[in-house]
Every structure is written in structure tokens, then in C-alpha cells.
Design a protein around this ligand. Structure first.
Ligand SMILES: Cc1ncc(C[n+]2csc(CCOP(=O)(O)OP(=O)(O)O)c2C)c(N)n1
Ligand SMILES: [Mg+2]
Length: 566
């Protein structure tokens, strides 16, 4: 490995392990307590180190890279503030089931607190392990006796097995420098083999339920992508000819070219998709949490006159807020592989024709008041038309997120990534940086004016690595999603969303960073720029769309209501 045995440290072991496991990249912001680690990784020169402008962004970037490649990427931060800055990103990976690995530097073992009651002993000492217990699958402080390889192997295994999720390793600076003899990397059994089998009973039950059903529907969630089962589910759907609706996390489970892909359900779902699931008599829910944003608060209305068959890898989701008529605790990989073998055909042409009528009756763009001439739905259609070579969309949090989920056209292989469970503003640009570092091709970010101000420092990262990212800022001059809430629930007192809120000139800001930018006010301007933007092939590009503050995220399921009411 080009390293003399005498200078082989535990940091070198960690670097070697990461290289061996094809970690797509390490995202970090420097600090003394991680300097030995980054130095070892750089000396080995096998894993790219991407230097970000904030540890939270490093965490989101690692999450983005992990979600796109299916391989654990790493985010690192120094002890103390570096570690606390990672916490939001750790929670994001936890709620959205992403096996991101977080590594924090820690003070010298001798400087660690002497008792629980002592606040702090070393400078920048902070007990990050206890702080993140609730939002990691596993968090461990290394010490001199830690078997580094064994612990790394365990960390990668835990993160990637069952329902995936983040792991944090806290490594004191003296441990990082300890000398060790060379060790062979033992990868055997790194990610546990899937040995479980789905019993015939549940498969038979599914076939019977479908046979008895007149209006079955698949409901797909984030689990489809987490388990890397998008291709297989597509095959099953085309064979069984059963329509599909999806949650916000399942937008890219099936591409838009499939005639069976109906739309997004939930609080801000497409009206026709919510009406369709409301009228279905059998929901086959795969890898989805059925949370309140999908079902509405009133579960009895959601489940009325229908059966629910549910598959999830996480037993605590199955026994959670909604009890299904039949549920299977299984990874989708195992379950779908089994049902793909079934030799069955179904004919739901009448049901599909009914759905077509619903879809034709409620076009998404007509949800907006027709005074809104620069219609967000049209903007999303235009963005979708830019290039089929785009790898996908990374979308922030707010009204623009809902417009994107409702109206983007997802082509075969394209991804749609957003902060689902945590809903963290500022996620999209850094997550796209992670995706762009880990894969070839252009990524499209869709972010609001509010969200953009949380990640604006990463413009420099974009420029520094000349990343192929088109950042689309949907500027409605406000924190629109919260303003919409204030309009409905607080008599339109727009505290901190319009009052006291402003944003900079984003095109000037981009230019100041040295990034090309364009601003659009209407569809005519978009049409004119289409060719230029589609052909843009040299690093980052910022596009700003000026949208009326009166444009809303619609339809909107009222608080305490259900999708039957739409
Ligand atoms: C870190 C964080 N802080 C606050 C919120 C609450 N929040 C949700 S959406 C939103 C407004 C986002 O504004 P903008 O990016 O302009 O999007 P818009 O809704 O206007 O499209 C806020 C403040 C959040 N989700 N995340
Ligand atoms: Mg806004």
C-alpha cells in the first residue's frame, strides 16, 4: 500500500478499509481532531475527499452519495462543533433509512470527562455518542483496545442490514495515531446474506386478495429504492397490470413512462391519485410507512371499504399506527423476488379506464388559480424537458418540493431525492453535490428561495469541483409553505415568512461566486432559453424562476381530514 509498516497507524487502517469497500467519497470540513484521518485517506489516494463549507452539508452530501450508489459514503467532522453540525444530517439518514457512515474526531482519551456530571474536560470535547443515540442504528467510541477492522466491519454491516440507517464512529485523536501491525482486510460476511424466505401463506394470501379485488392498487414508498428493487417492481407491475400510487419517498420507484404509474398520494398528492386510492378496494403497500401525511389523521376513513396488504422490513412500522389486514415482515428484495416468479395474469382494464377519467378531470396545473401565469407545474414540466441525460432531481423542502413531486416527469433510471422524514431545509444542494461526486452526469436541484439561503455557502464547493449541477431556485419571495399555513390558520399574519424575510439577488450571488446564472419571469423566457440550458455542459448553472407568492401547494388535505375528502 505504499506505506512503511513502521508508520502504519489506525488511521491508515481506516483509510484502507474504506478504499477496500469502495466508499464513493468522504465529505468533511477540516479540523485538528480529524486531520490524521484525512491525511491517511489522502496519502492512500483511493477515496476522494470532498471538502464542504459546513459539516451539515457534508452529512447531506454523504447521504446523497449513499442513496444514489447504494454504497455507504462517509461524512466526517471534528470534535465538538464539527460533530454537532453533523446531527441534522444524521437524523435525515436515520428517518429516510440511509446507511451513511459518520465519523467524528474526539479529544485525546486522557482529556475525556472524568465523570458524567463534569460538563467538559478537553477543549471541544463533546459526548456525541450519547447525543445521537436516538438517531443512529449504532454509535461507538473507539479506544486503544478497539479492534479497528472488527469495529468497522460491524459498523458497515449494521448500517446496511435490515432497515438501513446511519452509524457513528467517534475516534479519539490518540487512537488515530496508534501504530498497528498490518492486517489483512477480512470482508467475509460484511453485509449479511439475505437468508429469510417468505412463507407461501403470505404469497397465497396476496394472490387471493388480488383475485377478490375489483380495484387493487400498489402503494410504493422509499423502501423500493432503499432495497434497490425499482427494476423488479417495474416488471411485476407491467406483468400484473395493476396501477401504482406512491408516497413522496416513492416518486422515483416507477418512471413516468409506465401507464400504470398514477401519481403521488398524501397531504399534497395529485388529486386524481388521492381519489384513486380512496376508491381502491385493496392496497398493496410496499416499503412505506403509511404516515399521517399519506393517510390523513382519520385512519378509519383511509381504510374504509378496503383491505390492506403490507410488506415492510421493519416490524415496528408494521405494528405502528395502521394495522393492515395482512402484513409480511420481509425485505422487499426477498418478497418481490418470490412474487415475480408467480405465473398469474389479471385484467383490471375497467379500473384503469376509470382512473384515466379521474386523471383527465383534474390536471395538476389547474389546481392553481388561473391568475398565476407562471404556473409552477409548467415550470416543472419545462425542467423535466431539459435533457433525458439528466441523472435526476434533488429537491428541497417547501411548496417547490410539492410542485416538483406532483409534476416532474421521471424518465427511466432518473432519481428523485428529497428529505422525507426529517424534511430538512437546505438538504438539496449538498445532497446533489454528493450525488454528482459519486456518479457521472448532470443533477438538477430544485430549491426554494428560503432553502437556498441555508446552503448558499456550498456555491463555492460547486465551483471548486466544477460540478455538473443545475440549481433551479423557485423564488416566490417568501417561506411559502409556512406562509400558506399562516394564511389558513393564523388569519394571514405572515410572521417571519414574509414580514422580516427577504432574500438576496441569487443571480448576482451566483455570478459573484463565478457561476453562470439566468433569471426567468414567464414561459416565453423559458422557451427562448431551452436550447442554451439543455446544452449547458460545463459545470454548475444557476436558474432562478420568479413565481407569484400567491401560488399554492395544492391540493392540500386539511388538518384532521382524509384523502376521501378531496
Ligand atoms: C431546517 C428547517 N427549518 C424550518 C423548516 C420549516 N419550513 C418548512 S418549509 C419552509 C419554507 C421554505 O421556504 P422556501 O425554500 O422559500 O420554499 P417555498 O415553500 O417558498 O417553496 C420552512 C421554513 C424546515 N422544514 N426545516
Ligand atoms: Mg420560497
Amino acid at each position: 500500500m505504499g506505506i512503511e509498516p513502521a508508520t502504519f497507524t489506525k488511521s491508515d487502517l481506516i483509510a484502507a478499509f474504506m478504499a477496500h469497500h469502495h466508499v464513493p467519497a468522504i465529505f468533511e470540513l477540516s479540523g485538528g481532531m480529524i486531520a490524521f484521518l484525512t491525511d491517511a485517506i489522502a496519502r492512500l489516494a483511493k477515496t476522494p475527499i470532498i471538502n464542504m463549507r459546513h459539516e451539515q452539508a457534508a452529512g447531506f452530501a454523504a447521504e446523497g452519495a449513499t442513496r444514489i450508489t447504494g454504497r455507504s459514503a462517509v461524512a466526517m467532522g471534528t470534535s465538538g462543533p464539527g460533530a454537532t453540525n453533523l446531527i441534522t444530517a444524521i437524523a435525515s439518514s436515520y428517518f429516510d433509512s440511509v446507511p451513511t457512515i459518520f465519523i467524528t474526531g474526539q479529544v485525546n482519551q486522557k482529556e475525556l470527562k472524568k465523570s458524567e456530571n463534569q460538563r467538559q474536560n478537553g477543549f471541544q470535547e463533546l459526548d456525541i455518542i450519547n447525543a445521537v443515540k436516538e438517531i443512529t442504528k449504532h454509535a461507538v467510541l473507539f479506544d486503544s483496545s478497539t479492534d479497528v477492522f472488527a469495529e468497522l466491519k460491524k459498523a458497515w454491516s449494521i448500517a446496511n442490514s435490515g432497515r438501513p440507517g446511519p452509524v457513528l464512529l467517534d475516534i479519539p485523536i490518540d487512537v488515530q495515531q496508534e501504530l498497528v501491525p498490518y492486517q489483512e482486510i477480512d470482508t467475509h460476511g460484511l453485509i449479511p446474506e439475505l437468508s429469510a424466505v417468505v412463507d407461501n401463506l403470505s404469497i397465497g394470501r396476496l394472490v387471493t386478495l388480488i383475485g377478490e379485488s375489483k380495484r387493487p392498487i400498489f402503494l410504493l414508498g422509499g423502501g423500493v429504492r432503499t432495497s434497490q428493487m425499482a427494476e423488479l417492481i417495474r416488471k411485476i407491475i407491467e406483468k400484473w397490470k395493476i396501477p401504482v400510487v406512491y408516497s413522496l419517498m416513492g416518486v422515483d420507484a416507477v418512471d413516468s413512462a409506465s401507464i400504470y404509474r398514477i401519481g403521488m398520494i398524501g397531504s399534497y398528492g395529485n388529486r386524481w391519485a388521492n381519489r384513486t386510492i380512496a376508491r381502491s378496494d385493496l392496497i398493496i403497500a410496499l416499503g412505506t410507512r403509511l404516515d399521517i401525511r399519506q393517510t390523513g389523521a382519520d385512519l378509519s376513513t383511509f381504510t374504509k371499504d378496503k383491505k390492506i396488504f403490507r410488506v415492510d422490513v421493519d416490524q415496528s412500522e408494521i405494528s405502528g399506527r395502521l394495522s393492515a389486514d395482512f402484513s409480511v415482515e420481509s425485505s422487499l428484495q426477498i418478497f418481490l423476488t418470490e412474487i415475480a416468479k408467480l405465473d398469474v395474469t389479471f385484467d383490471y382494464s375497467e379500473w384503469l379506464a376509470e382512473i384515466d377519467v379521474e386523471r383527465a378531470n383534474f390536471p395538476q396545473r389547474l389546481e392553481q388559480s388561473q391568475n398565476i401565469t407562471f404556473n409552477p407545474s409548467d415550470i416543472m414540466q419545462w425542467i423535466s424537458s431539459l435533457s433525458s441525460r439528466n441523472r435526476g432531481y434533488v429537491v428541497d423542502v417547501g411548496q417547490h418540493q410539492m410542485w416538483a413531486a406532483q409534476s416532474l416527469v421521471i424518465e427511466s433510471g432518473q432519481r428523485f431525492i428529497t428529505s422525507g422524514g426529517l424534511g430538512a431545509m437546505g438538504f438539496a444542494l449538498p445532497a446533489a453535490i454528493g450525488a454528482a461526486v459519486a456518479t457521472a452526469g448532470r443533477w438538477i436541484v430544485i430549491a426554494g428561495d428560503g432553502c437556498s439561503q441555508l446552503s448558499i455557502a456550498e456555491f463555492q464547493t460547486l465551483l471548486h469541483y466544477n460540478l455538473p449541477i443545475t440549481l433551479c431556485i423557485i423564488n416566490n419571495g417568501q417561506h411559502g409553505m409556512v406562509a400558506q399555513f399562516q394564511e389558513t390558520n393564523l388569519d394571514g399574519r405572515y410572521i417571519s415568512t414574509r414580514e422580516g424575510y427577504s432574500s438576496p439577488d441569487f443571480t448576482k450571488i451566483a455570478n459573484a461566486f463565478g457561476i453562470k446564472s439566468l433569471r426567468f419571469h414567464n414561459l416565453g423566457e423559458l422557451e427562448k432559453a431551452q436550447q442554451f440550458v439543455s446544452a449547458w455542459d460545463s459545470g454548475p448553472l444557476v436558474l432562478e424562476f420568479i413565481v407569484s407568492p400567491e401560488a399554492k401547494a395544492l391540493p392540500k388535505m386539511g388538518v384532521g381530514t382524509s384523502i376521501q375528502d378531496l
